[in-house]
Design a protein around this ligand. Structure first.
Ligand code: ADP
Ligand code: TRP
Length: 337
């Protein structure tokens, strides 16, 4: 019997980039091969924590779903669905928000980053975002959550909220979800600044490689990536503060399923002028097929919508009895265990 239940999600905002692929999506595909039940959602409710154009949101939601499938998530093996099509996420969020301390939300670095200097004007949704994320996970009693390193703190909070519920109502009701932060690409950095995260929201498009970039654009961005004049080190320990060099090597390792040490064995001592074209070829060879498949899937949204509908129905069939149990535990009228 399968005992692991995996859940993860991505927001339908702008384009996916290499960080999303190496930090999350690529690992989701791998986990699917294991003995685990996998649920992968497009978290549209999270996306609207910052204003979205309604017509674009619908399109981006399909694009993310297409990217999941194009990258190798098989709808026959994994449940692919849209967060808002399962109302229990929002219902559980309310219940959990009553047992989340604001002091803990105040410590969330993603909120601080996104709200910026004017936190007083930030929306309640942006602030409460991590509680919804906890609900996404707990509504399925998921045991493992594959994410990039930036989500570590949110996962800790989800465990914390689960433990509070269990303590208050029923021991072991929710499993404490574990984060799966895997591989060499858990924190892909900007191509322009090796100390800041590659992100959709960076003003410079040269800072990231998008799923939709063609081969020439990828090669150009890698050629222009910030580096230093020294050759690559022979040993991982010798990167020192060469954040950009470390980042490019880590990207190569993650794309090629190698360790950083393996890559240095091949490229240690060489100049960036040698390494960068090899990295560009590798990135194109991995991203190009995904990009083409994504476009194919988007040319027939009927099929994509059918997959999402079926995924939503499957997800609801898991979420609904768990929601009922939560309401029953809390003493809501009309709900019994
Ligand atoms: P973004 O952070 O780009 O807005 P999401 O919030 O939708 O994208 O993140 C989706 C997944 O991609 C998460 O699991 C997140 O940890 C991962 N991720 C995002 N950026 C990076 C990055 N630079 N390196 C590694 N993983 C990342
Ligand atoms: N918060 C995640 C991010 O910004 C996205 C997300 C929402 C998520 N709900 C989730 C990830 C549940 C894993 C599990 O990347």
């Amino acid at each position: 019997m399968t005992t692991k239940r995996i859940l993860s999600g991505m927001q339908p905002t702008n384009n996916l980039h290499l960080g999303n692929y190496l930090g999350a999506l690529k690992n989701w595909v791998k986990i699917q091969e294991e003995d685990a039940e996998c649920l992968y959602c497009v978290v549209d409710l999270h996306a609207v924590t910052v204003p979205q154009d309604p017509a674009k949101l619908k399109q981006s939601t399909r694009e993310i779903a297409a990217a999941y499938i194009a990258a190798g998530i098989d709808p026959k093996r994994s449940t692919i669905f849209v967060q808002s099509s399962v109302p229990e996420h929002s219902q559980l969020m309310w219940a959990l928000s009553t047992m989340t301390q604001v002091g803990k939300l105040n410590r969330m670095t993603q909120f601080k980053d996104k709200a910026g200097k004017n936190a007083e004007k930030a929306g309640l949704g942006l602030y409460a975002y991590p509680v919804l994320m906890a609900a996404d996970i707990l509504i399925y009693k998921a045991t493992h959550v594959p994410v990039g390193d930036d989500q570590r703190q949110h996962l800790e909070l989800a465990r914390d909220i689960a433990a509070t519920f269990n303590h208050r109502f029923e021991d072991d009701f929710f499993p404490l979800p574990e984060s799966l932060i895997l591989g060499e690409g858990t924190r892909v950095m900007s191509l322009r600044d090796g100390t800041s995260k590659m992100s959709k929201s960076d003003a410079s498009d040269l800072s990231r490689i998008n799923f939709t970039d063609d081969a020439d654009t990828i090669a150009k961005k890698i050629r222009k990536a910030k580096t230093d004049p020294d050759p690559l080190p022979n040993d991982e320990k010798d990167f020192g503060d060469r954040a950009e060099a470390r980042n490019l090597i880590s990207i190569y390792a993650a794309l090629n399923d190698q360790s950083v040490a393996d890559v240095l064995e091949e490229y240690g001592g060489q100049e960036f002028s040698k390494f960068k074209p090899a990295l560009a070829d590798l990135a194109v060879s991995k991203l190009d097929p995904i990009n083409s498949r994504m476009n194919e899937l988007l040319s027939d949204v009927g099929e994509l919508d059918r997959i999402l509908e079926a995924g939503g129905a499957k997800a609801r069939s898991i979420a609904s009895p768990i929601m009922n149990d939560v309401y029953a535990q809390m003493g809501f009228w009309g709900h019994a265990k």
